[in-house]
Design a protein around this ligand. Sequence first.
Ligand code: HEM
Length: 88
Amino acid sequence: MLTVAGIVPLGAIALGMAAKLSHAAGDGYNYRETIGPWARSLFTLQPKTHLMTGVPVLYQVHAVIGMLLIAFVPYRRLVHMFSAAGNG
Ligand code: HEM
């Protein structure tokens, strides 16, 4: 059965592809001037939230699901990517 631990990563991947494919015309959506600097601003703890205003909603939802997945890492088996495999 598909649990939250399966739905969140699949949702992140599906929404990433949906956002990309639905804005594929021409040069595509230029995330380098909005989502890119916004994501970097999170790491400096000075979030530039205004950069996400006007970003297509599929990218916004993708970013939320992506952050949800990252937040889950310490509490789910995903943490094993940082620890030795073997004993599960
Ligand atoms: C804060 C977290 C995240 C942000 C801000 C983010 C941002 C983005 C952006 C801007 C794109 C579009 C790239 C383009 O248009 O060329 C994208 C695409 C994509 N993302 Fe994410 N992402 C995040 C997390 C994740 C995670 C955790 C996954 C997978 C587990 C993921 C999977 C994908 C996939 C499959 C695509 C489509 C592939 C592609 O465009 O080449 N993303 N993401």
